[in-house]
Write a protein that binds this ligand. Sequence first.
Ligand SMILES: Cc1cc2nc3c(=O)[nH]c(=O)nc-3n(C[C@H](O)[C@H](O)[C@H](O)COP(=O)(O)O)c2cc1C
Length: 188
Amino acid sequence: MSGIIVYASRYGTSREYAEKLSGLTGIPAFDRRRVPELPKEGPVVFIGGTYAGKVADLKKTLRGFVPSKEQPVIIAAVGLSDRSEPESAAAAEAEIEKQLPPAAAAQAKIFLLRGKIDYSVLKPFHRLALALMNSMSARLPESELPPESRIITETYGKKADFTDFGALNGIMAALSESGALTQKAAER
Ligand SMILES: Cc1cc2nc3c(=O)[nH]c(=O)nc-3n(C[C@H](O)[C@H](O)[C@H](O)COP(=O)(O)O)c2cc1C
């Protein structure tokens, strides 16, 4: 199977999604630091954690990447926020599109996956960033909080896991539609 799954993961959630997708599709998964260049053939899937609204290392990984005509490009952002409301999903997708080079943006399909958090293992810098985000949210009335601020407040200081491997079905369907999967993988 040609193509690649590349992940950028600080605490392991994007890696877990990437490895699960790799098992389902047969497409190999690699940490972005081990991938010097993206292939010009086969699907390119990037999965990365969301930090303060940006997908970790997305810009860096896709810099200068011009996909071949009809080469499937899939971007999956892993975050705590619930993006089931179409309006909220559209806002997150628009934000992600801005982080892509134009050629890749034109061809990319974007997916929003949910991740997890455990304050007991957070790096001090991330702990501080979340404390700041949480105290900024505390100044706003709850009705005005966007989903990403609300979930950070709800989970502040705790351990919460919203991982849902079933959400990979959407990516499987997109890969299948583009003809990138073997019959066996498409049936999984
Ligand atoms: C400092 C920090 C900022 C975060 N900012 C966001 C955010 O803006 N939106 C969101 O949905 N999740 C946010 N998260 C949650 C992460 O996206 C979530 O923990 C994800 O599972 C991380 O994926 P990874 O372990 O693959 O890096 C944040 C987490 C940390 C530690």
